[in-house]
Design a protein around this ligand. Structure first.
Ligand code: MOS
Length: 765
């Protein structure tokens, strides 16, 4: 890949700015940072899924003066971890709603004493009958989330679905299920809380959203904002798993630190991390689709259930995304969508790359395959004839304004992968090992849903230092995805200086403005644009200064080739030189930009209609697999992704995002199995919870189409989550092609496939 012609930096494969420190081991993850005198924190957790906590008894034989121990009674502020809805308790008070729920926290000078103290705590619990499945939750077997077990519900209607169904040639029904998924970031959760002399707290650790943690600490500790400092440390992956959960750990560590007067370190080993942290929401989605004989989609009736677990955490916003992406990338003149997140007595489910969309896309894409089968069409042709394009309207009322190359990317993915030939060939395959190929279409709204970007109203700052380096000051984090390279590239382009002089610093809430959380595929598109605008703001200051001195304010100057020129093109000087002069006179040279109201989406929260996202990313994923009918093993051979993310700011990093996300989606589809029994996950180890390794990775082919968006910096749209969306249905489709079985649920483990094959091809489980 070469850089894009009109740009100096955008489109170039700049070496990762965080790469050197990471490959040399210099980067300091939370586990590497020495904290002399720090105590270690640990948690007493509920062994039962639902119950009443009568008391927590301390064994008198233990010397409790050696440690600090806190229960719900000891909290200085409200007993809730502030998130979307503040219902998750910091520590269970009288009610227990999930197994592993924290009941008490302990800090001790060493791990031996900590373990001993935790063993000497006895929780007296009256067990209550739990609700463990979405079906039992909906049927109100028990009320576990008053008043009706429904965390949130959305409805979307368009056209006249009843009329649509009555005029359809046929109606096709399907029920689809997706399972849990654990993030398995390389680095497990961890924070350190350091008590400050003024009664405040300094928390540092592995996280995506420093200001979410800051907010939760201010509320939970009843401290004013200036007494709480949150600093991100180098973070080894997150995938959504460090969006909500670090607020819980940070509160626990801070409470113990403030109580003991010592720094307190709270980290999870892999077992505690898998058993206790948040997971992807399992889903149960029903589709009824009215179609014409030629494959034209007429009407959709979609019922979405997401398992939220015991408390709200992120479920409301995950559900919004699931509902808005229910019809995938297809035109439906008539639709009725009902989406509910329901509560069960299982650990709260949270953010995971895709945020409700992979579940919805799995269901609609499997349904498209079912439609193709019924109409005896190729799955690709049904998709091509219904794919959205400019002018088409989503069920929630948004008209696609910009040209969308949906058909092009489907065709291109088919060509690159040899889809049509391989599809024909696999129909005649008859050996024990059979190949199959499947295609799926994914779509993902960039940035926060609806009015979210306007509400969070992020701010970015860039600072020109005396040594002519520039700092990008945002709360958006590097977590492996490349933000600390991509944001400086955007600043480099905007300022006209080399990217090597620009740094994205680890966010510290006492230093950086709140650019919002690092979520929702928003960093490149939304924070990137704020950074570009902040750079322009800085240049404006410089050009005014160059022409008229430090206090003047007159527009009309321009920046070209690193020089500032006046309206008639006379060069006033090089940026560096003018910046030096500026800094000789003034304390600081910086530029700031906040979210512009004119960037806002036209969205109505009350009716849940309007412009849900300013831009959408699109992906076609084709997967080829080999299935062994004897062992029921599925081996992904090749995966081809053709992607519209607007403009790939950094093609190599973008390709990495696509390969990584697609592999994560494949793992979710056929390998990653997290059984939950009596509300407890059964696989607390990576020898039981299998994820794809490099050995399991298929050969990837990734291609980007160039389709600049007017809504992102230099044409970029969101990319991070998109590759997660279409991988799973492409695998299911390929397995169907290879075996004739019709998988409607994932993961398609060997056991599941064995059952499908032995029940007869095409029959539902
Ligand atoms: Mo994300 S799954 O929006 O952290």
């Amino acid at each position: 890949m070469t850089r894009i012609k009109q740009f100096a930096t955008i489109g170039a494969d700049v070496p990762r700015l965080d790469g050197w420190e990471k490959v040399t081991g210099k980067a300091q993850y939370i586990g590497d940072i020495r904290t002399p005198g720090a105590w270690i924190g640990g948690t007493l957790r509920s062994p039962v899924a639902r119950g009443r906590l009568r008391s927590i008894r301390k064994d008198d034989a233990f010397d409790w003066s050696k440690v600090v121990c806190l229960t719900a009674k000891d909290l200085p502020g409200p007993n809730s971890v502030s998130m979307v809805r503040d219902d998750l308790p910091i520590l269970a008070a009288d009610e227990i709603r999930f197994a592993t729920q924290p009941l008490a926290i302990v800090a001790a000078p060493d791990s031996g004493t900590l373990a001993e103290a935790l063993r000497r705590l006895y929780a007296d619990i009256e067990e209550l009958p739990p609700v463990l499945t979405m079906e039992d939750s909906v049927s109100l077997k028990e009320i576990v989330y008053p008043p009706d077990n429904i965390i949130m519900e959305y409805r979307i209607d368009c056209g006249d679905p009843d009329k649509g169904f009555s005029t359809s040639d046929s109606i096709i029904e399907g029920t689809y299920r997706t399972g849990y998924q654990e993030h398995i970031y390389l680095e497990t959760q961890g924070v350190v809380a350091n008590p400050l002399r003024d009664g405040g707290i300094d928390v540092f650790g592995s996280m995506q959203c420093p200001y979410y943690v800051h907010n939760a600490l201010c509320k939970g500790l009843a401290l004013p904002p200036e007494k709480v400092i949150v600093r991100q440390t180098v973070t080894g992956g997150a995938f959504g798993g460090k969006e909500d959960y670090p607020s819980v750990l940070a509160l626990h560590a801070s409470l113990l630190a403030l109580k003991s007067g010592h720094p307190v370190r709270f980290t999870h080993d892999r077992k505690e991390d898998i058993l206790c942290s948040t997971k992807r929401h399992p889903s149960l989605i029903r589709h009824r689709t009215g179609v014409m004989r030629n494959g034209t989609l007429v009407a959709a009736d979609i019922d979405i259930l997401l398992d939220g677990g015991a408390y709200t955490t992120m479920s409301i916003v995950v559900l919004q995304r699931a509902a808005l992406h229910a019809t995938g990338g297809y035109r439906f003149p008539n639709a009725r969508i009902r989406a509910r997140a329901v509560a069960t007595n299982t650990p709260p489910n949270g953010a995971f790359r895709g945020f409700g969309v992979p579940q919805s896309i799995f269901a609609i894409e499997r349904q498209m395959d079912a439609i193709a089968k019924k109409l005896e069409m190729d799955p690709l042709d049904v998709r091509l004839s219904n794919a959205m394009n400019e002018g088409d309207i989503f069920p929630f009322g948004q008209r696609l304004r910009q040209g969308v190359p949906v058909r092009d990317i489907l065709e291109r993915a088919a060509t690159l992968s040899g889809y049509r030939e391989k599809r024909l060939k696999c129909q005649n395959d008859c050996g024990e090992k059979r190949k199959g190929i499947g295609i799926a279409l994914g779509v993902h709204g960039s940035g926060f849903t609806g009015s979210g970007e306007q509400k969070i109203a992020g701010t970015a700052k860039v600072r020109w230092n005396r040594d002519s380096t520039v700092d990008v000051l945002v709360s958006s984090v590097e977590m492996g995805q490349g933000a600390s390279t991509v944001l400086p590239m955007i600043a480099s382009e905007a300022l006209g200086i080399p990217v090597s002089r620009i740094r994205h610093l680890l966010p510290d809430t006492s230093e950086v403005p709140n650019s919002g959380p690092t979520v929702a595929s928003r960093t490149t598109m939304y924070v990137g644009r704020m950074v570009a605008d902040a750079c322009r703001n800085l240049l404006e200051k410089l050009t005014e200064y160059a022409a008229f001195g430090a206090d003047a304010a007159t527009p009309g100057l321009s920046v070209r080739d690193g020089c500032i020129s006046d309206v008639s093109g006379n060069v006033l000087g090089a940026i560096e030189e003018i910046a030096q002069r500026f800094l000789n006179e003034k304390e600081e040279l910086s530029g700031v930009s906040s979210f512009h109201p004119e960037y806002a989406a036209q969205w109505d929260d009350a009716s849940f209609r309007g412009e849900a996202y300013k831009a959408y990313g699109w992906i076609a994923t084709v997967s080829e697999v080999e299935v062994d009918r004897g062992t029921c093993e599925i081996v992904p051979l090749e995966t081809t992704c053709v992607v519209d993310a607007g403009v790939a700011i950094h093609p190599v990093l973008a390709e990495g995002q696509v390969e990584g996300g697609a592999l994560q989606a494949l793992g979710w589809a056929y390998l990653e199995d997290l059984p939950c029994e009596r509300g407890r996950y059964l696989t607390g180890h990576l020898n039981a919870y299998l994820i794809p390794t490099s050995q399991d990775a298929p050969k990837f082919t990734v291609e980007f189409v160039h389709n600049p968006s007017p809504d992102g910096p230099y044409g970029a749209k969101g990319l991070g989550e998109l590759p997660m969306d279409a991988g799973a249905p492409s695998i299911a489709s390929a397995v169907e092609c290879a075996t004739g079985a019709h998988p409607t649920a994932i993961p398609i483990t060997g056991e599941v496939l064995y059952t499908l094959l032995n029940e007869g091809a095409g029959k539902k489980p």
